[in-house]
Design a protein around this ligand. Structure first.
Ligand SMILES: *[C@@H]1O[C@H](CO)[C@@H](O)[C@H](O)[C@H]1NC(C)=O
Ligand SMILES: *[C@@H]1O[C@H](CO)[C@@H](O)[C@H](O)[C@H]1NC(C)=O
Ligand SMILES: *[C@@H]1O[C@H](CO)[C@@H](O)[C@H](O)[C@H]1NC(C)=O
Ligand SMILES: *[C@@H]1O[C@H](CO)[C@@H](O)[C@H](O)[C@H]1NC(C)=O
Length: 345
């Protein structure tokens, strides 16, 4: 009897653990999704069903995430934290979310993000950091995001974005960058070049409108002529010559206006563009011309010799055999020609 009671109570306990739904949430077991949105929550509910795949926590007042905040829902593939008061994310906040594919952090109060904050999310496909107050994104935000296709950081306080961060997302197709404080100086040159390549490969983005310096305020970064970046250290590593050529690499030597000043890097010379492929091409072309000339000359000479030989032979033959009348004129003609031709030789 005692044993049965124990069994019953443990079954009830297990059922509770499996089917439990936090007080302020609605749990949809069929879709393994849990909706805790608009509940005035200040923190993550503690008793979330462990099999949860989709978790809606938007429109609450959650202001911070401790390390391992989602330890109880390791299967999560989609997490929505939009419109909360998040200003502080502990470095290990997303640890344990091996399967997360969509992370929405839009409309919060994030100022900065820890480097490696998203290192535990290798399978991310969509990351939305828009409408925060982020002024800097670390290069090493995530590890290589093989499948990240959407990256949104519009409506923040970003002045620059490191190309290396974008290069950690080789599959990115959608980029949202507008409404930041883009500072269109030398630092943005590598971003500009990266974005041109991104669009060329079919990527979709909004726009990067410069907020400073004054000369470029309100201008689209992608519409500033590349020539005006001449004093900038050239981001040579990783750049393909094929990308530059249509933009006119030779024009980098053109003197530029003083706008793109605040570079401050002293090592310009190191990066100066030397159009290396050109001399090789030129040499190749010249060699081709010379060879063609020589071959044509030889062929022409051979033809000339053959003609002279043929005509001389015909003339001699005509003289010996006293050919038909019709041919009497020709030998004299060819004889004269033969003379003319052979005399200089
Ligand atoms: C954000 O959440 C609050 C409740 O916390 C809600 O009143 C407000 O309408 C939400 N804002 C948006 C833009 O959805
Ligand atoms: C990327 O997506 C493919 C296809 O869905 C999947 O097989 C692969 O495991 C994913 N890789 C990562 C790192 O998520
Ligand atoms: C994040 O949530 C907002 C508000 O619901 C939505 O507009 C946006 O599209 C979402 N972002 C992604 C990447 O799904
Ligand atoms: C965040 O940025 C908005 C403008 O985008 C600004 O109104 C707000 O005061 C900022 N909040 C903080 C806490 O800095």
């Amino acid at each position: 009897m005692k044993g049965e009671l124990l069994l019953l109570s443990s079954v009830i306990f297990v059922l509770q653990v499996v089917c439990a739904c936090p007080e302020k949430c609605r749990c949809h077991s069929s879709s393994s999704s849990v909706d805790c949105s608009q509940q005035g929550l200040a923190e993550i509910p503690s008793d979330l069903p462990p099999q949860t795949l989709t978790l809606h926590l938007q429109d609450n007042q959650i202001h911070q995430l401790p390390a391992f905040a989602f330890r109880s829902v390791p299967q999560l593939t989609s997490l929505n934290l939009c419109n909360n008061s998040l200003s502080n994310l502990a470095p290990g906040a997303f640890h344990g979310l091996q399967h997360l594919q969509v992370l929405n952090l839009t409309q919060n109060s994030l100022h900065s993000l820890e480097s490696r904050l998203f290192h535990s999310l290798p399978h991310l496909r969509e990351l939305d950091l828009s409408s925060n107050n982020i002024s800097h994104l670390p290069i090493s935000l995530g590890q290589r995001w093989e499948n990240l296709t959407t990256f949104a950081v519009q409506q923040n306080q970003l002045q620059q974005l490191d190309r290396a961060l974008l290069e950690s997302m080789p599959s990115v197709k959608l980029l949202f960058l507008k409404e930041n404080l883009w500072k269109c100086n030398c630092h943005l040159l590598s971003l500009k070049l990266w974005l041109e390549k991104f669009i060329y490969k079919g990527g979709i983005m909004d726009s990067v409108i410069c907020a400073s310096p004054d000369t470029w305020k309100g201008k689209d970064l992608l519409k500033i002529p590349l020539e005006l970046y001449q004093p900038c250290p050239f981001p040579f590593p990783g750049l393909q010559a094929s990308q530059l050529q249509p933009l006119g690499s030779a024009h980098w030597a053109v003197p530029s206006p003083p706008e793109s000043d605040s570079a401050g890097e002293p090592d310009h010379a190191e990066y100066e563009l030397k159009p290396k492929p050109r001399p090789a091409n030129l040499r190749h072309a010249m060699a081709t011309v010379i060879i063609t000339g020589v071959v044509c000359g030889i062929v022409f000479l051979m033809m000339l010799v053959a003609t002279i030989y043929g005509c001389t032979y015909a003339a001699i033959a005509a003289q010996y055999h006293g050919g038909p009348l019709a041919q009497t004129e020709e030998p004299t003609k060819t004889e004269g020609k033969e003379l003319l031709d052979s005399s200089p030789a």
